[in-house]
Design a protein. Structure first.
Lengths: 269, 258
């Protein structure tokens, strides 16, 4: 069997392990689905109260927010990776990856796959719930195109998770900076309101991160939105983020693991 | 405990070893040259290993030298904090020595990482390293997958581990629902599952009952009959019902023959 096939099996094994662990907590999925329903309900009624320039009706704003919420869960899943790494360090299972032919770098990348898939499923569920319960109208013709678009967004978000995983291996804390970064990206990425309402300097900040083009692309493909922006430049920006940051984050993760091995801190937690 | 050196055809050796080792051949692996072994003749060779936790402190390992021949069982003892675990972690390729090197059949953990890790298996001390919410079988399957065993060997290896370590009744139970001794048996099963060439054991008898210890002895016997090597570390004074080929005491960062 080729090296590639063995690697793929090991990759799948990590995903299956995470799936089994996830399913062993029987109420977790139900709880997540309920959270999604509550968020949608909240913003459904908020959309009935607020009137924003450029949004013709409450339904347009609700559609705007639903896509933002769906994408936030995807982004959030990337930032779970450092926490998973920390859990592995605490449980003493991380050395199993380091000492396996599969290796820790591929192990950490594989660790990110299940949360990403789950977040994708949750994003689909959120949008589906928006349609079924709250009357959200989708552009059904372009819905299939949203799938590769979310995939591209994941590749653009993933480096942030890997970079924080590398940081976790060095400083042994999983959540340093992740919560404020998520908040900053959500704030400047146009999840709850269009970035045009931000002060101009903050609006410029919003253009320096992948969340803004990702929300733009998805809104363009899924719903009627006045702030969706042009599709081409947004896709190009997302591709650039993924192409530059992904190899860079993998390199930094590799260096962090090697540093831990040199300093003999790799198993500390 | 009985054990026998046996020869095997070169093709079988090639199947188990990476090509670089297979080229040396059975004779090459065993042959003593000019009164000394060539690097590839040793299952494990730790050379001049030095490790210091803080610059101004005395090193925990101070130019440590240790070689394991094929089919050998070696014991290293010493008081708590003598550096046994550090030595094993360096031997496993988990951490780097400040100075010195580690080779398994001539391969180093930095230049041939994946190959090296296919040959070496490490049982850390304690009861960590298990996924609490996975069943025993799932744990073994995960272990086999990340060991990147060929598809043909995967199922057989898992079933063999269950058989060899008498885990049938536990196979479908979650790890957080089994006893400490049973967990230790599982950890040992995971260590031997990929059929490594060199096994590093850190206090392997922890929590094991008599039956568990017997199963461990049998697994070691099996490894030694296929020219593997075992390095067993435990605190001095522990009663061990094993016949070791070499016994060492770790003292001030160096090994002293016992």
């Amino acid at each position: 069997m080729s090296e590639l096939a063995s690697s793929m099996q090991a990759f799948t094994a990590v995903m299956r392990r995470d799936l089994h662990v996830y399913l062993s907590y029987r109420t977790r999925l139900f709880s997540q689905l309920l959270t999604s329903l509550f968020s949608l309900t909240l913003f459904y009624y908020v959309s009935r109260l607020v009137h924003l320039r450029g949004f013709d009706s409450p339904s347009v704003y609700f559609a705007f927010v639903v896509v933002g919420l769906a994408l936030v869960s995807v982004m959030y899943s990337c930032f779970l990776i450092p926490e998973y790494v920390r859990q592995e360090l605490v449980a003493g299972t991380f050395d199993r990856l380091v000492l396996s032919p599969f290796g820790a770098v591929r192990g950490v990348i594989a660790m990110s796959v299940f949360p990403l898939i789950l977040s994708f499923v949750m994003a689909v569920f959120t949008i589906a719930l928006g349609c079924a319960v709250f009357g959200l109208h989708l552009h059904w013709a372009t819905v299939p195109l949203a799938i590769p678009a979310i995939g591209l967004a994941l590749l653009a978000f993933l480096p942030f998770g890997l970079l924080f995983a590398a940081l976790t291996l060095v400083i042994k804390q999983g959540n340093v900076g992740t919560s404020w970064l998520i908040a900053l990206m959500a704030l400047t990425g146009g999840v709850y309101f269009p970035i045009s309402v931000l002060p101009s300097w903050l609006e410029q900040v919003s253009r320096l991160q992948p969340f803004t083009p990702a929300t733009g692309v998805l809104r363009h493909l899924l719903v009627d939105s006045p702030e969706a922006g042009a599709l081409g430049p947004a896709l190009l920006k997302l591709s650039a983020f993924a192409a530059v940051l992904l190899p860079l984050s993998i390199l930094i993760l590799t260096k962090a693991i090697r540093l831990g091995q040199r300093r003999a801190t790799i198993l500390e937690y | 405990m009985t054990r026998a050196l046996h020869s095997e055809p070169a093709s079988a050796l090639e199947e188990r070893h990476p090509p670089a080792i297979a080229q040396v051949g059975v004779a090459g692996v065993r042959q003593q040259r000019d009164g000394d072994f060539a690097p590839e003749d040793f299952a494990l060779a730790i050379r001049d290993a030095t490790k210091r936790w803080q610059k101004r402190q005395a090193p925990i390992l101070d130019g440590l030298e240790l070689t394991l021949k094929p089919s050998s069982l070696t014991w290293v003892g010493g008081p708590n904090g003598a550096g046994k675990t550090t030595m094993l972690r360096i031997a496993a390729g988990l951490i780097d020595p400040d100075r010195g090197s580690v080779e398994v059949w001539g391969l180093t953990p930095r230049q041939n990482r994946a190959r090296f890790q296919q040959l070496v298996s490490f049982l850390p001390a304690g009861d960590r390293g298990l996924y609490a919410r996975l069943t025993v079988r799932k744990q073994l399957e995960f272990c086999a997958r990340i060991a990147m065993l060929p598809r043909a060997r995967f199922r057989r290896s898992v079933e063999q581990a269950i058989d060899s370590f008498d885990l049938h009744e536990l196979a479908d139970r979650r790890v957080d629902r089994i006893s400490m001794g049973q967990r230790q048996r599982l950890r040992i099963a995971m260590t031997f599952l990929p059929r490594p060439e060199v096994v590093l054991l850190d206090e392997p008898l922890t929590s094991l009952d008599g039956d568990g210890a017997t199963l461990l002895h049998e697994a070691i016997d099996e490894l030694l009959t296929r020219d593997g090597a075992v390095l067993w570390c435990s605190p001095s004074g522990e009663q061990l019902d094993m016949r070791f080929d070499a016994r060492w005491h770790l003292d001030h960062g160096r090994l002293v023959s016992v």
